[in-house]
Design a protein around this ligand. Sequence first.
Ligand code: NAP
Ligand code: MG
Length: 405
Amino acid sequence: MEKIKMKTPLVEMDGDEMTRILWRQIKDELILPFVELNTEYYDLGLEQREATKDQITVDAANANKKYGVAVKCATITPNAQRVKEYNLSQMWKSPNGTIRSILDGTVFRAPIMVKGINPVVKNWKQPITIARHAYGDVYRDTEFRVPAPGRATLSYESEDGKTTFSQTVYDFECPGVLQGLYNKDSSIQSFARSCFNYALSTRQSLWFSTKDTISKQYDHTFKDIFAEIYENEYKEQFEALGLEYFYTLIDDAVARVIRSNGGFIWALKNYDGDVMSDMVSTAFGSLAMMTSVLVSPDGNYEYEAAHGTVTRHYYRYLKGEETSTNPVATIFAWSGALRKRGELDGLTDLQDYADKLEASVIEVIESGVMTGDLVGLWEGENPARKVNSGEFLKAIREKLEAKLA
Ligand code: NAP
Ligand code: MG
């Protein structure tokens, strides 16, 4: 069989622990036999981040900006325990955080649906993609305990000192709590453009919700910025594709999402997105079946799995035990990235390969063959057969070979 050719390199970001092991196996079993893979490789494993003082992460993010598309393996975000375990000179920052700030992007999370694993919400027939604005609000707040009666004020002074506001927040008659939040127009605009671009690129309608009736300046600004950007930059393209941009109050959105059949993107402010993405992913089934893509406002893409490095499985693997770790989200990160590369470079056979790879994965699970994490969720007709990661990948390869023959 002749291998499928690529043009522009795909930026490949390797990672840590069990997902690093799966990364190699996925490439060997499902990609290299079929595609003349052209990647620019960056090893974001913790050892290389330490050796390069984390420069490798910055270089990888800049390569993502240069070429447009990247695929990333899960990586360890060091904490105190990891600093000891890996003898680190510093508690390096989260690679995802670094990449996100360089790309100025928004993260979209979507479940992979298979027949036999049913969402808890029975009318959800299509995936619901959550877009979370990962900047500001309560995650960068200023807060403190108010110790005793006194006046709390909110104030602002312009750089030149000419404009000042000051307003009483509350005259405390007893102890209490106080919190200051902020966000920036530039970040909200990037968030909006990433959402509109992703909706167009995946041909899905976009919903956005805030609490603008109560928060008449803060949340209302989000609503206004989205509306203005939609009118001026995206409305025609949405209408041409028959897509909708729909704004509604968050309470109303929650009710509509639960009653919906899915198949749209739901954009949310930072805190709402944090909470709703956990709710939606749990209701769809398993974290191991959740994909994640970072999209920048100027159209760069970074594909990955939503889960981490699956540490507990890795320690079992190191002891020589077989593990039944689910590679699906990581496979879909590869297929998503290769499909996007194919779209941008006009390579239809690469796009077709990505479609067939995904279809093979889904058919294997639908036939009843799956990793351990899915067995408890299985409601399909065939009895579930639990296999290890290697056997699972082999079963996918067989289907893929048949489809590509
Ligand atoms: P995790 O790696 O997602 O794993 C949590 C648990 O979920 C696992 O122990 C496993 O449960 C289950 N699980 C997750 N993915 C699975 C898969 N593919 N197949 C089967 N089971 C799966 O999260 P964590 O243990 O909190 O974090 C581990 C490391 O990953 C940390 O160092 C963290 O910094 C990093 N992390 C990285 C990213 C990223 O790069 N995007 C995201 C999150 C976390 P059982 O053990 O019960 O089987
Ligand atoms: Mg959360």
